[in-house]
Write a protein that binds this ligand. Structure first.
Ligand SMILES: Cc1cc2nc3c(=O)[nH]c(=O)nc-3n(C[C@H](O)[C@H](O)[C@H](O)COP(=O)(O)OP(=O)(O)OC[C@H]3O[C@@H](n4cnc5c(N)ncnc54)[C@H](O)[C@@H]3O)c2cc1C
Length: 497
């Protein structure tokens, strides 16, 4: 049995802790905050409950596997609900298309109704290509520990697999080559933002998201997706994992390139053989580890070369229909601007808040998220530049005005928000940085803004003996499904007691 310390009680940290405890290890989680969940939380303000982080769960099989392998089935603990339709996409020319959940044939029909047969055929081509890409990348890349690029290059059928993945093609270029309808191209572009990236430089393989979302579905958890964090904390406790909240880890201690312990901000030292870091990988390598640890230098170099993921500006809106007209909304709604490229230029190049952003609204039908039938709790998210006061945007300024601008835009879209507004709170990238320790407020750690980005992410098993990285900034990346997979990879790399 090894003594394992986990830094951070995010979903990745807790998923790894549960698996490791089940494998017979003695596990303690040190968490800076007074609660678990990190970015994944359901928070209540008065009559309104909001998922302030993830509001869409895809690939629930990752968590089904975790729960069944560590004790009781997920479905015995949480109520997973398929969200139908999965998405409603609204465009600036007034067109709107509905994507039904878990049915590609119905999605093709909806596309045909709105944009015609050629567009629908184009989407079928997208799904077929995305499925092939998923088959090629799932097991050897997404679900495996990435030790080196060579493990991918020595595979059988390499040439045909490379053809499918098109490693040197960007996501945008691929949809252009497919001659996809311009509206559908925007939907494909949006998949790049699922990894905090710019579709013009993100790799074509992100098209797999189209297949994963449509085939494995869009899911909600009754009471909010943050319930997943609560259930994970309980599962960890059931397996004997100890939680130390309000415990900021300030140093990872090493001797001769090997982990020996942790130091907390209050000066307390903890002896430990293995550290699983769920905190941001760059922070781990540049702040927590001494710069003298020479075996960390390769990882530091790679992390420095990676672009950071974009951040998000969110509004938590409590609406009371007694004050105005209720508007018919689905669970996941996207409103695209007329110029999507301007959004990516402003975020990644100009580093300024987006003047006319794509607006995502999560308007759950889940009545357990409001305390009265006339009320609705909307989570509104727009992509934003990171909080970088020195050489980018300083989110400590101008946030009030930006929030008002978005509310005005929502009114212009006909959503009658101002009149119904009963509660409003906004969260800037600076807020996310401070409450979830996400540097710059990046949603996903590093972005996929280059063809090699996947290889620049922190490896799950460090060259520093006894150090492992889990969560959104480590392989295979951010978002709940990948974070859960990273926990599985780390637990199997550490092995049984
Ligand atoms: C606004 C928003 C919307 C999102 N939407 C979606 C979505 O719809 N679907 C989806 O799948 N994903 C979404 N995501 C991404 C998803 O939330 C994350 O990928 C995932 O929750 C990250 O989990 P993690 O394990 O990396 O840990 P994190 O959530 O990053 O947690 C890390 C934890 O470590 C703690 N910590 C860090 N450093 C230290 C230290 N030194 N000492 C002690 N504790 C420390 C932090 O306090 C934190 O609790 C969204 C994220 C955000 C912010």
């Amino acid at each position: 049995m090894a003594k394992i310390s986990v830094i951070g009680a995010g979903v990745g940290g807790m998923s790894a802790a549960a698996r490791l405890a089940k494998q017979g290890h003695e596990v303690t989680i040190y968490e800076n905050s007074d609660r678990s969940g990190g970015k994944c939380r359901t928070e209540w303000f008065g009559d309104y409950g909001f998922d302030t982080g993830p509001s869409l769960l895809t690939l629930p099989a990752v968590y089904r596997d975790l729960f069944i392998k560590t004790g009781k089935r997920l479905e015995h603990i949480l109520e997973l609900e398929p969200v139908d339709p999965a998405f409603v996409y609204n465009f600036s020319d007034g067109k709107k298309v509905v994507f039904p959940n878990l049915s590609n044939p119905n999605t093709y029909l909806e596309i045909e109704k709105t944009f015609g047969a050629k567009a629908s055929n184009g989407w079928q081509e997208v799904i077929n290509r995305a499925e092939k890409m998923w088959q090629v990348s799932r097991e050897p890349f997404v679900e495996s520990e990435l030790k080196s690029i060579w493990q991918l290059l020595i595979r059988k059928n390499l040439i045909s697999q490379i053809k499918q993945i098109a490693p040197l093609t960007s996501l945008r270029r691929l949809s252009e080559k497919m001659d996809l309808d311009p509206h559908l191209r925007m939907i494909v572009d949006r998949y790049a933002t699922y990894t905090g990236s710019d579709p013009r430089s993100a790799p074509a393989v992100l098209l797999t998201i189209a297949f994963v979302e449509s085939t494995f579905g869009a899911w909600h958890i009754k009471g909010g997706i943050g319930q997943l964090s609560i259930a994970l904390e309980q599962r960890c406790k059931d397996l004997g994992v100890k939680f130390e909240f309000n415990s900021l880890v300030s140093k990872i201690l090493t001797k001769a390139n090997r982990i020996t312990g942790l130091e907390l901000a209050n000066g307390k030292q903890i002896d430990t053989e293995i550290v699983v870091a769920n905190s941001d990988a760059e922070y781990v390598y540049n702040q927590l580890l001494s710069e003298k640890v020479s075996s960390a230098s390769g990882e530091r170099r790679r992390l420095k070369a990676a672009t950071k993921s974009l951040a998000g500006f969110s509004l938590l809106l409590g609406l009371d229909n007694a004050k105005g007209n209720s508007v018919s909304m689905q669970h996941h709604n996207v409103y695209f601007p007329s110029d999507y490229d301007a959004e990516f230029d402003q975020i990644f190049t100009q580093k300024i808040p987006v003047s006319d952003p794509t607006i995502y609204i999560c308007a759950p039908k889940d009545k357990s998220l409001v305390r009265s039938d006339s009320k609705e709790a909307w989570f509104v998210l727009v992509n934003a530049p990171r909080h970088e006061p020195k050489n980018g945007w300083d989110w400590s300024k101008g946030a009030d005005q930006y929030a008002q601008k978005i509310i005005k835009k929502l009114d212009t879209l006909g959503l009658d928000v101002s009149r119904r507004l009963d509660f409003m709170k906004y969260r800037t990238p600076a807020d996310l940085e401070s409450y979830a320790m996400a540097p710059g407020g990046s949603i996903y750690g590093t972005s996929s803004n280059s063809t090699t980005s996947a290889f620049l992410r922190a490896r799950n098993r460090s060259k520093v003996t006894g150090l492992f990285c889990v969560g959104g900034s480590a392989h295979p990346g951010g978002g709940l499904p990948l974070v859960g997979i990273s926990a599985e990879i780390v637990a199997s790399a550490i092995g049984k007691a």
